[in-house]
Write a protein that binds this ligand. Structure first.
Ligand code: AHR
Length: 554
């Protein structure tokens, strides 16, 4: 922590303490009934007089201040920011979502009931399918009609496994309807044709007597579906065709021309965008394709080491990798801002959305793990990563109009892990569940004054936050404590009159890599946040180390 910040905080807190004394002490405003969250959610910590634990780490709480700028309301946080992605990859679809109608695992028309219930309660804005890289080798006609007649194809993107095509267009749309998410379809540009793409749109959305619409009816769906979001290829700079941006811009325009509105359906065409700091891609696409698109995507994965050959493990890591993972995930803010600045030059009205349709952690496979591609455990560190990224999207919701975490089930930073009949919700699931209060609300800027969190020479902030106000006037503040050792004593200034009530929940865990397992599914789950106190327009609350909290102020 710099001297200036420390002095500011000390003076501020002295000032607050004096005010409290003058006012005769704080009025306790319990945030919710229940046991004190620190006792429930964290392991007891023994510290010496200097606040150091047995390993010499500082476990003393740090002080911070958050000002919620209710006087500066921003844009609406699209529900679509709270989206996900399901690719034909590993056990993401088969076993994860689709078990088939004859399975002993309880299902609805072949789709797992436990998964449907869990995803429904997240209120996801969108679900992206069928890839990813797989989208550019997927031919939609393979996945319609009687299942026993569908061809067996090879999934060359992911280990060359046999694709039964049992889960196709009708099954995906059934899932979207059951969980209440908008479908977002990635069409095949890499190995597909414009005609094939055009036919898929007609098959799904036309209410005419055309041969394709009639075929859809014969396959069991009478009414056309409404399908708004169509992605034109995936990672076309890489697995989607290794194109140059100048070339893809033309390919995009050609495909986009033939993705048409039928029977009252209104399409939005989303272009395959950049990754990380590949700004040239955004520049070329905005200059050459801008007029023809409603969205441009961005992919950014968080690797603990930043090295694709040695990414780091999902669990069993030391604090240096906790720190580097969070430092790398914080870079999402920089990427969003810089890609947005390029988009602003061509589209100052922010008509074209930045669509962050692949984000999340990506680790090395665990030693001895069954060889299911991209399966990984999910710990409290992933929850902290999710909280930070969702805060970033909330804060930049004027440009970020959609996002999709990769991926929903059993792949990368998933919500759910399954193994045959076994099922468990991950810490990341709970962050989405806690944060859904931001969906459709007005983004409110926040100023965060908190000490730095250091590991060696590397420095990142210890707190990260975003806020919104919903249509009923409730303020929601989501705060992430990035420090894995020290609780945060936060003084929150709302700028509004004294709050009538304050409630909240917090997600934390005893260790940096605490996970939920099939045997201990509730090891990491949110608990009520208690102990908040209020004085005039300030609320003081303590959140544990390595935690994600959402506080509602009425
Ligand atoms: O999400 C896994 C893969 O990551 C996707 O298929 C691809 O788009 C990205 O490179």
């Amino acid at each position: 922590m710099s001297k200036t910040v420390r002095r500011f905080l000390e003076e501020k807190w002295l000032h607050v303490a004096l005010m409290i004394l003058a006012a005769g002490g704080l009025t306790a405003q319990p945030i919710a009934p229940g046991a004190p969250f620190l006792a429930e959610a964290g392991a007891p910590v023994r510290v010496n007089e200097a606040g150091l634990n047995e390993a010499g780490q500082n476990r003393e709480p740090f002080k911070a201040e958050i000002t919620i700028r209710t006087d500066q309301p921003g844009a609406t946080i699209s529900r679509n920011i709270y989206g996900s992605f399901s690719e034909h990859l590993g056990s993401g679809i088969y076993d994860g979502i689709w078990v088939g109608e004859d399975s002993p695992i309880p299902n609805t028309r072949g789709l797992r009931n436990d998964v449907i219930a869990a995803l429904k309660s997240l209120n996801l804005g969108v679900l992206r399918w069928p890839g990813g890289c797989y989208a550019d080798e997927y031919h939609w006609r393979d996945g319609i009609g009687p299942r026993d007649k569908r061809p067996k194809t090879l999934n060359t993107s992911w280990s060359g496994v046999i694709e039964t095509n049992a889960f196709g267009t009708h099954e995906f749309m059934d899932l979207c309807e059951l969980i209440g998410a908008e479908p977002y379809i990635s069409i095949n540009v890499g190995s597909g044709t414009v005609q094939e793409a055009m036919d898929w749109v007609e098959y799904m959305t036309s209410d005419t007597e055309s041969t394709l619409a009639t075929l859809r009816r014969r396959n069991g769906r009478d009414k056309p579906w409404k399908v708004k979001y169509w992605g034109v290829g995936n990672e076309t700079w890489g697995c989607g065709g290794n194109m140059r941006p100048e070339y893809y811009a033309d390919v995009y325009r050609r495909f986009a021309t033939f993705i048409k509105d039928y029977s009252g359906n209104h399409v939005q065409r989303l272009a395959s965008g950049s990754h990380d700091d590949y700004y040239k891609w955004t520049e070329v696409m905005m200059a050459q394709g801008g007029r023809h698109m409603q969205g441009l995507s961005l992919h950014y994965y968080t690797l603990p080491t930043g090295d694709w050959a040695h990414k780091g493990q999902a669990t069993g890591f030391a604090e240096d990798q906790w720190h580097s993972t969070l430092a790398r995930t914080l870079r999402m803010d920089e990427f969003v801002q810089k890609h947005s600045a390029i988009m602003d030059k061509y589209d100052p009205q922010k008509r074209i959305g930045l669509i962050v349709d692949e984000w999340g952690t990506w680790y090395d496979p665990a030693p001895g793990q069954k060889p299911t591609p991209l399966f990984q455990q999910n710990s409290i560190r992933d929850a902290v990563v999710a909280g930070i990224n969702l805060n970033i999207f909330n804060r930049h919701c004027d440009r970020v109009q959609m996002a999709a975490i990769a991926q929903a089930i059993n792949v990368l930073q998933s919500f759910i892990l399954t193994d045959k009949e076994k099922f468990v919700l991950t810490p990341t699931y709970y962050v989405f569940e806690m944060y859904k209060v931001h969906q459709g609300a007005t983004s409110i800027p926040v100023d965060v004054a908190s000490p730095e969190y250091k590991a060696g020479e590397a420095v990142i902030p210890s707190l990260h936050a975003s806020a919104s106000k919903d249509t009923s006037g409730r303020l929601h503040l989501s705060v992430v404590n990035l420090d894995p050792n020290r609780p945060a004593e936060i003084s929150i200034k709302t700028g509004d009159a004294r709050a009538a009530s304050v409630i909240g929940r917090v997600l934390t865990a005893p260790a940096m890599d605490s996970v939920n397992t099939y045997d201990r599914p509730d090891a990491v789950r949110p608990v009520p946040l208690t102990g908040a106190k209020q004085q005039d327009d300030r609320i003081s609350v303590t959140i544990p180390s390595k935690s994600v909290a959402v506080i509602e102020i009425r």
